[in-house]
Design a protein. Sequence first.
Length: 372
Amino acid sequence: MAYDESLGLAKLGHQVTVFTPLYNVKDKGYTVSEFKIERLSDFGRIGNGAFLPQLFFKLNGFDIVHLHYPFFGGAEVVWLWEVLKGKKCKLVLTYHMDVVGGIFMKPFFHFHTKFIMPRIIRAADRVIVTSQDYAATGNIRNLVKKYPEKFIELPPSVDLERFFPSNKDKALLYKYGINQEFDRVMLFVGALDKAHYFKGIQFLINSFNVLDFSGSHSVNYQVKLLIVGEGNLKHKYEEQVAEAGLQQKIIFADPVSDKDLARYYNLADVVVLPSVDRSEAFGITLIEAMACAKPVVAANLPGVRSVIDNGIDGFVFEVKQEGDLANRVNKLFQDQELRNKMGQAGRNKAEKLFNQDILIQKLERIYLELVK
């Protein structure tokens, strides 16, 4: 999301600099011609966050600083810089999600949410939320009521020239042993690391035997689940699949580049987002799937449910409810006309509501209104 915004704003003629942690020395040489990327060595890590005190000096001279939250170790420095430097520079904050975390990080996240996060939001000139639904039901709901003038809804966008409907790629069908006529493909796209535990892969694998109607005499297709993503939990998920004896039905894709991602969406009959808690606030994979004219099935979570018109371009199912997920997915597997209808409705929605060009221009207007 930050990359797309930076690229879009640069193409509109703005000078853009992105500050990001140097997560991997291999990234040091990665540059783009349209805008500047500056990778900063960290002084400690907090999950995907990093303590970057040098930001305090790096931010001088900009008209606008745009912070993507949560970013532990960086957000606090930006807040301190804004407080001490005054309002010479405008601060825009995109509030992506509440932080929940596991047993070890939960106390830290609770402290940060209660005492630090509200101060950061109060310091911001504008706060962008991906949906009003999520903002009104989460940790910032009282701040939304108290400072309504700060908050603006601006959803993530999708590049409609990169994500569009096309025929199933024959090379990929062969590679993953998918029979175009007899197999129904359910696709998951997302990170498979500890920071993204909430994506619900473990639940999805556990649910497979419930949602797989292939053994029924009333159907004449085979269900296959294709998982696209990388991360430090991938091996654990592969072991879970092996222990269940599902290696022929649950397939982990090789690493997929961004430019090839649309080919994988177009392999799918249904795209699923089985997230398990409100750490999932929107689901960019949903709008990418819609742009490729694929029906989507997602957990009934605040923010996520706002992306889908239930029964029109996809279905929502109750969180962690295997039977409800199974019923939704198989309703689509059994009805090609419904899949086509929902897929086209999704494409229409992507063009109307999530068009990247239009949403980048809206972001530009937010900036320009602040600096006038």
